[in-house]
Design a protein around this ligand. Structure first.
Ligand SMILES: Nc1ncnc2c1ncn2[C@@H]1O[C@H](COP(=O)(O)OP(=O)(O)O)[C@@H](O)[C@H]1O
Ligand SMILES: [Mg+2]
Length: 252
């Protein structure tokens, strides 16, 4: 099983640290881990540092992966620049071929069909990316990330443009896919109810520092929400027995 450990990670832009001293021990394959924190906290920077797109102090320790880190880890960016001249199908095929030869095998086409239909975007396959809605493009980026079959997938706010149905669909699909494939998924989220519901563990980043990490139910508390989001919140059990966050007001 693949495991990931972050040791004292830092990353900077133009000499200024955007994240500093982030250490998280033993993230495990088969599970979703939420990365939460306010805007500009450093979530995307942390992902880029883990994916090797930014340099900085510290180390990313990967064990149990079949491929070297550069191939095993895949970063799905927050902003998806649509390349308007490609169709959905072409863009997913191009993602599949990145870094490899250009010969296309039947198995790859079957895999693309499976991914598009699992994400319920098969009907968009031959539409141009430039003609899609933001949410549809977000689903295409998920397909592009999944077609590479990463062992570690870093999803940067993958549900931010999706409607309610798609949010729940994508998160439950990712949870079961991670379990089935032993994939380790870090997922930056703003909806803390989703973190509680779908992510076994949660990492909290604020002002470039690690604030907490551990089981989501232990980490996401009214105190934490007051400290990092400046809101007064309650966590209550609903009639179905699930924990739900209720935001009352901004903190005084
Ligand atoms: N390319 C960049 N150049 C300079 N500063 C950046 C760059 N990208 C992000 N930052 C800064 O780094 C900090 C963390 O940003 P980011 O990791 O994108 O936050 P988050 O994803 O949590 O919203 C912010 O203050 C942001 O302005
Ligand atoms: Mg971000």
């Amino acid at each position: 099983m693949v495991t990931l450990e972050l040791q004292n990670l830092s990353a900077f832009y133009g000499g200024k640290n955007a994240i500093e001293g982030v250490s998280v021990s033993e993230l495990r394959g088969g599970e979703l881990t939420a990365v939460i924190g306010p805007n500009a906290a450093g979530k995307s920077t942390l992902f880029k540092r883990i994916a090797g797109l930014l340099k900085g102090a510290g180390s990313v320790n990967l064990t149990g992966a079949a491929l070297p880190a550069c191939d095993a880890i895949r970063y799905m960016p927050q902003d998806t620049n649509a390349n308007a001249v490609l169709t959905v199908y072409e863009s997913v095929l191009l993602a599949a071929k990145q870094g490899g030869g250009w010969r296309v095998h039947d198995a790859e086409l079957i895999k693309i069909d499976e991914i598009l239909s699992a994400l319920q975007i098969d009907e968009l396959a031959f539409r141009n990316l430039g003609e899609l809605s933001g949410g549809q493009r977000q689903l295409v980026s998920i397909a592009q990330a999944l077609v590479r079959e990463p062992e570690i997938l870093l999803m940067d706010e993958p549900t931010s443009a999706l409607d309610l149905y798609r949010q729940v669909e994508v998160l439950s699909f990712m949870k079961s896919l991670a379990e089935r494939k032993g994939m380790l998924v870090l997922i930056a989220l703003h909806d803390l109810n989703h973190a509680l519901r779908y992510c076994k563990n949660t990492i909290v980043i604020s002002s470039g520092k690690l604030i907490a990490s551990g089981p989501s139910k232990d980490v996401i508390t009214p105190d934490l929400m007051r400290e990092i989001y400046k809101v007064e919140a309650r966590i209550e059990r609903c009639s179905a027995g699930e924990s739900h966050i209720i935001i009352d007001r901004v903190a005084a």
